[in-house]
Design a protein around this ligand. Sequence first.
Ligand code: 6PG
Length: 469
Amino acid sequence: MMISTYDFGMIGLGVMGRNFLLNVADHGFSAAGLDLDPEKAAALEAEASGKPVKGTADTATFVRMLKPPRKIMLLVPAGKAVDSVIASLLPHLEPGDLIIDGGNSYFEDTNRRIEELKSKNILFMGMGVSGGSEGARRGPSIMPGGNPEAYRLVAPILEAVSAKVNGDPCVAHLGNTSAGHYVKMVHNGIEYGLMQLIAEAYDILKNIAGLDNKQLHTVFKDWNRGALQSFLIEITASIFLKADDQGKGWLLDKILDKAKQKGTGKWTSQNAMDLGIPTPTIDAAVTMRGLSALKMERKMAAPHYTRAVEPLPLADKEQIIGQVGEALYFAFIVTYAQGMHQLTEASKEYGYELNLGTIARIWRGGCIIRAALLEKMRQAYADQPELRNLLLSPAFHEPVLHGQHAARAIIKTAIDSGIPAMAFSSALHYFDAYRREQLPLNLVQAQRDFFGAHTYERVDRSGVFHTNW
Ligand code: 6PG
């Protein structure tokens, strides 16, 4: 193919970058890939044989191959790598070219990059991409934000490669500046919450109801046919049945119980705190990853506290399976509610102008948190675009009222058995606090005023008061 004729460029030919690029090529766009490792560039060409795809390890050659205005996407690790790739590109670019950061970058870094590149007349777009390597290849959910003009340049490509739900592409321009990366960050916070809830459900079913991996597989497969239908429930069902290819038994039972994290869940919690928006289930998920990492200490503590609770006899299997399923549905709703609430507030704080219904719509397919529930959420926001919290939507009153009974029951059982259920508990406590008109925080206000003259408001008259206690 001639020079300057490629429609799209990708930098970073790891599995995500390579798969996204091949997906672009599958949809009739020519695409060039750059990786400083020549073996990766060669591997791309080998895999793309017959498609209009070219790989190179040379930045100048790569840029020359692209049709102006150039559309260059980065799938490199978040952080310094993004800045150094941008710096290496800049001498070769022309005004009007577009750089798209498709990694999990911190939204404030994205704001900085937008500003820095604006002065050089280079467009910069922060874009969340969800769905893992398989999603990148077959259709991810794509969360672009920033300059709408930049989005228009790549909209045909992004719409073609994204996942589809009933023919509807799982991509939309979400809002101003770093909106795309912010929405992806909260997506991941919700992802952490749902994964932790599923892990707790597994713990309860395995250690209180005594289910083995085959039975767990059947339960999750069954759930995936109903209201809980979702990617995470589906893959969990498969995980239970994976045999260990390096020994006897199931692979899951051989995996060390220390969960790693790359930061997006923690950023969600940190930023929720900054905004003053409670997201306790996401916080609990981040905390549990932290506790899981303390394997050595847990090992040291365990023998001293085995007698902390009397072991309970195994519970009634059928009853507990039903309760855990209903509790999961309840807690899933509450977790999405927390994340969406955070997005609502962030939209105001950062001027993103997010449309929550659009976000629910593009999360219905391709992404890690895709779930049947998202169609219900999309509908709720369509009915009430100004909805403050999903728990205020009439569509969720009944399922939440129903599911909370099961959540109470399994949390009590977990407590009596000494099994941590921090995510389930946080979801229930969030609900119990959110639905309660009167909380005991009048006392906190009194204490603040007592020791620090911080003042308080009264229920019976307006103004700000201080008492000499
Ligand atoms: C996605 C995933 C993806 C990544 C997570 C993992 O949406 O496709 O969220 O972005 O797998 O960021 O995050 P942790 O390593 O922090 O669990």
